[in-house]
Design a binder for this molecule. Structure first.
Ligand SMILES: Nc1ncnc2c1ncn2[C@@H]1O[C@H](COP(=O)(O)OP(=O)(O)OP(=O)(O)O)[C@@H](O)[C@H]1O
Length: 615
């Protein structure tokens, strides 16, 4: 176990890099031509599969178009070679960019239409590839294939087979480094968040359309690189290599290795290429095999080999005492809340109808910095619709919403988030496979931008933003008393902790307006008390807090101002003392009249009801 601990102390990127270097040296270790050719084909397949991982495993978009982008890359390189541009670096760059362009052009309509459209358009794109190649037969060689390619060169020097092998492996190492850097970054977390919940992603400032398109289009780039390398292996390409069977093989390798895993793509591709693909009989029945595997593997091997490997690692870590199921410490001390620059929120006469259902009519509400404004009302009265309207998930039919001086009605949710609105959800929404610290840091996506370019190259800008993300997330966790849970898996936390995590994620970007949607529901009394203290601290630090809550006693203890909704209209707006005595509120909210109850307040009524429930 000491050995295991020492091995785990080594940074995790060292192992795949060491594997890559070993593969690079295989010819010098005596590996023969036939085998090195298979290794090259495995690297090429791994590049294509890795592109699919990005869009399917990380951005959550099923798209089979990688085969078409692979073809685009191969034919670009092939035509360049015939035209005398044999430099492999030039071919790689141009083929990658052409594939990226194909990804962008084919991804935009598919993603605009939403739902399964990208899966369908990319599926048809793959089916069309042989026909497109045939239509441009004079240039592409049509169904007979493209021959007459010149051997690849590098800086004017002809590459022999060993040197070309090194190029293939180095390109694969370079791409997997890029992929790893992208995934281990705020963009990688944004992809995971998007896959889990587009609503959550947009509420932290991620543009869902842009991010999905980026996932699909960036995934096209390695397919283009793979195509350029493939064209130079046999110096001949034919349309059959890019058909539906290949697309299914890519999908099968992706599922086998684990779609949401950087190196799973390489493992899945290696197994496919060095295993079944070697048999001529298999080639004949490949589609049946892949189809069968996708059905069985999709069910039995969800998460792929990567998931099994992670489970094995976790078990060994536990055995070595490196991690342990840590008990939640609800009484861990909280740090003070940093000053917050809250903005006034004005909801000015918004109305919204869903078909014939008038969910909101002329709703007015105002929330000030340094105050808790509670929004209450019976089920279906329009509280969540009002929050969704403020966040940009619904567009009001009429009326205005102002955050400070900025009008936000009609803006998309990610833009509203960037103006400074943060929220928690009725059911805590936490992405899978991320740590508590990463989940909290994801709330800063719309602040301190670090481009994907600076991220994959680990430029100073990326390092600066990452340091700020970690520092702010640590402060937010200390503020909610969860510092000790920073490295735990976020989804493994109990409900109360996940609610606190959401509060931390909401405040980490110092929002102008903080919307808390039924944040106390499902919590026990101690947890509610702890949460109430936190909300008070946030209020005192200057935050503008809007609290949607059914727990009326909590509302009374926290709110500076209460707005009561019933059937989509504001029926009362005032201080807790005023609202508590308001006869209309009493009758609408609890369905009792003042005559029946004497001069009792809502809190009394709630207490009486909960007594009845207990007995
Ligand atoms: N997307 C939608 N499509 C159609 N109707 C909707 C939609 N969202 C909300 N509604 C309707 O709008 C009205 C207000 O619902 P809303 O969820 O805002 O109420 P609420 O006060 O938040 O209720 P609860 O306390 O149960 O969460 C309801 O009649 C609901 O059916």
């Amino acid at each position: 176990m000491t050995i295991w601990r020492s091995l785990r102390a080594v940074p995790s990127w060292v192992y795949p890099l060491a594997c890559g270097i070993l593969i690079l040296l295989l010819p010098t270790l005596g590996m023969g031509f036939a085998m090195t050719r298979q290794v090259q084909l495995a690297c090429i397949l791994a590049l294509v599969v890795s592109g699919l991982s990005l869009s399917l495993g990380y951005a959550g978009e099923l798209a089979l178009g990688q085969a078409a982008m692979y073809a685009a890359g191969a034919y670009t390189a092939g035509l360049m070679s015939i035209a005398g541009y044999t430099d492999i670096l030039l071919q790689l760059v141009v083929s990658g960019l052409v594939a990226l362009a194909v990804g962008l052009v084919t991804g935009i309509p598919g993603l605009r239409l939403g739902s399964w459209s990208l899966a369908m358009t990319s599926f048809f794109l793959v089916l069309l590839v042989p026909d497109i190649i045939a239509v441009f037969g004079e240039t592409t060689g049509g169904r007979n294939g493209l021959s007459g390619l010149e051997p690849a060169t590098l800086f004017g020097q002809l590459l022999d087979s060993d040197q070309f092998y090194m190029v293939v492996v180095l390109v694969a190492i370079a791409w997997f480094t890029v992929m790893r850097n992208l995934v281990v970054s705020r963009h990688g977390i944004a992809f995971r968040t998007l896959k889990q919940s587009p609503v959550l992603a947009s509420s932290v400032g991620v543009s869902v359309f842009r991010m999905k398109l980026l996932g699909y289009a960036i995934g096209a780039f390695p397919a283009g690189l793979a195509g350029a390398l493939f064209a130079n292996i046999d110096l001949y390409i034919s349309p059959e290599a890019f058909g539906f069977t290949f697309a299914t093989a890519v999908l099968a390798a992706c599922i086998l290795g684990g779609a949401a895993s950087v190196y799973g793509a390489a493992v899945g591709a290696a197994i496919m290429q060095l295993g079944p693909n070697q048999s001529a009989d298999f080639q004949e029945y490949a589609l049946v095999f892949y189809g069968g595997f996708l059905i069985v593997g999709g069910v039995l091997l969800s998460g792929g080999l990567a998931k099994l490997a992670k489970a094995g690692l976790a078990r060994l870590d536990r055995a070595a005492g490196l991690t342990g199921a840590r008990e939640a410490e609800p009484d861990a001390p909280r740090q003070a809340v940093d000053p917050m620059a809250g903005q006034p929120l004005v909801v000015d006469g918004i109305s919204k109808a869903f078909g014939g259902n008038q969910a909101l009519s002329n709703v007015q509400l105002r929330a000030e910095p340094g105050e808790v404004t509670a929004l209450i009302g019976p089920n279906g009265s329009g509280k969540t619709t009002t929050l969704n309207m403020i966040c940009g998930f619904y567009k009001p039919d009429s009326g205005r919403i102002l955050i400070g001086d900025s009008e936000v009605q009609g803006l998309s949710p990610d833009r509203v988030a960037r103006v400074g609105v943060a929220r928690t959800f009725q059911t805590p929404n936490v992405p899978e496979h991320v740590t508590v610290l990463e989940a909290v840091a994801s709330g800063r996506y719309s602040t301190d931008r670090a481009s994907m370019f600076s991220t994959v190259l680990r430029l100073p800008r990326f390092r600066k933003v990452r340091a700020a993300d970690i520092a702010e997330a640590e402060r937010a966790l200390a503020m909610v008393g969860m510092s000790h849970l920073a490295n735990e898996t976020a989804t493994a936390l109990p409900l109360g902790m996940r609610r606190l995590l959401e509060v931390a994620r909401s405040v980490v970007a110092k929002p102008g307006v903080l919307l808390l949607d039924e944040v106390a529901s499902g919590l026990d009394e101690d947890e509610v008390e702890r949460l109430a203290d936190l909300i008070r601290d946030l209020r005192d630090a200057g935050a503008t807090v809007v609290l949607v809550e059914h727990n009326f006693r909590l509302v009374l203890s926290l709110a500076n101002r209460i707005v009561v909704l019933a059937q989509g209209t504001v029926i009362a707006d005032g201080s807790p003392a005023e609202i508590e005595q308001n006869p209309r509120v009493l009758s609408e909210y609890l369905g009792v009249s003042v005559e029946e109850t004497g001069a009792r307040t809502i809190a009394d009524e709630e207490a009486a009801i909960s007594e009845e429930v207990k007995s």
